[in-house]
Design a protein. Structure first.
Length: 394
């Protein structure tokens, strides 16, 4: 998500009594730490009266459509939830204002209250599972939201008309470039062949950006009497869904089957190029995509980067990619297909976005992007805002 310098996001509750301000909607997971979520909640004091004001950060895994919630069963699991009481201020929650909060305090003047959340690094990134052509409603996946509301206590039911929430994203960007060139090799001995077949695949690098061609060098040393009649290359997305149990899904997102063959007792080397994109996979139900905000397109889900030993603690959705090279070996002739064999290797790699340049809020340049409020009698999705209006400060 591209963000302008000094841009601040504002969302107001349907009853116009609360407004939520955030400096950004993408919060970066740096593997060891995650960007803090800081902002302000603006309140109407006449509406607040003697009640308390809270801001809540929630990470949830939606694994079914809302219209399928029947018999009291919910297809949503809260993976993480933290609530801060912003009014009356609690001494334990008092922290120095961040630069963004100082700027907002100077602009909003009164009745605004700061909040700051530290997202744990063991939470999953924002991911959406691509719905099928017949699916309707909110897509399955992991999402984060920040909600502001007033209540006498936290047990009280929160109504949409007097609360305000914004969807945010937890994202990861490619780490510093690595000089590692991943490779995989295998040696296969066949019956009635004195010497083996050797297959080796080598990637140009370990980290690729979305939309970048993946170069793979395939080397085959065929010392057998058999013919390599087919070479198949594919990129698979591996999705680990960790909730009540571990489910693993593999979907091919890019493939190529060139016409190359390798004769007996010969060698072969060639560089192939594959480019996995969402554009070629729009109809694949359950494909993992990067979490998106309303009115924005997205892409194949980025690889999940974890701290060592952290994989057992993460709930939600983890994504990885494999490049697979498979060769079909046969004796040749009319009956060759009846005795064909497969030899394959797999190479894991990372598919991510490059890290964007830092955006800082400088004094005097706050620009507030305000989302239009839904009408009180409308039960809209939280992100079904119309086009945003922009309010500037001279």
């Amino acid at each position: 998500m591209t963000q302008k310098s000094g841009q601040v996001f504002k969302k107001t509750s349907p009853n116009a009594k609360l407004s939520l301000y955030l400096g950004k909607r993408d919060f970066v997971d740096h593997v060891d730490t995650v960007d803090p979520v800081d902002g302000m909640l603006l309140l109407d004091p006449d509406y607040l009266k003697d009640r308390r004001a809270y801001v809540m950060l929630t990470c949830a895994f939606r694994y079914g459509r809302e219209d399928l919630d029947v018999m009291g069963l919910s297809f949503r699991k809260d993976i993480y939830c933290e609530t801060i009481q912003v009014y009356p201020p609690v001494s334990d929650n008092k922290k120095p204002l961040t630069p963004l909060q100082e700027q907002l305090a100077n602009k909003l003047k009164e009745n605004c209250y700061p909040f700051l959340f530290q997202i744990p690094p063991n939470l999953p990134c924002s991911i959406t599972l691509q719905p099928g052509p017949e699916d309707h409603g909110k897509a399955c996946g992991v999402d984060f939201e920040v909600k502001g509301f007033c209540a006498d206590n936290l047990e009280e039911k929160i109504h949409k008309r007097n609360s305000v929430k914004l969807i945010i994203r937890k994202v990861q960007y490619a780490p510093e470039k690595s000089t590692v060139q991943p490779k995989a090799e295998i040696t296969r001995q066949f019956l009635m062949s004195d010497k083996p077949l050797q297959l080796e695949a080598l990637l140009g690098k370990e980290m690729y950006y979305h939309g970048e061609p993946i170069q793979v060098t395939v080397h085959i040393n065929n010392n057998t009497s058999k013919v390599v009649k087919k070479i198949k290359l594919s990129v698979d997305q591996i999705t680990d869904v960790v909730l009540y149990q571990l489910d693993k899904y593999a979907k091919t997102v890019c493939s190529e089957e060139p016409n190359d063959t390798v004769a007996p007792n010969s060698t072969f080397t060639k560089v192939y190029s594959l480019t996995p994109t969402l554009a070629n996979n729009r109809q694949k139900r359950g494909l993992a995509l990067d979490g998106k905000l309303k009115h924005q397109d997205t892409n194949l889900a980025s690889s999940t980067v974890l701290r060592p030993q952290l994989d057992k603690e993460v709930l939600g959705i983890l994504v990885s990619y494999l490049l697979r090279v498979k060769v079909i070996v046969s004796r040749g002739g009319i009956l060759g297909d009846l005795t064909s064999s497969e030899v394959s290797v797999e190479i894991p790699f990372y598919l991510m976005h490059p890290k964007p340049s830092e955006v800082n809020v400088c004094a005097g340049d706050i620009v507030i992007e305000e989302f239009n409020r839904p009408k009180l009698d409308e039960e809209q999705d939280d992100e079904d805002e119309e086009h945003a209006a922009t309010e500037g400060e001279n």
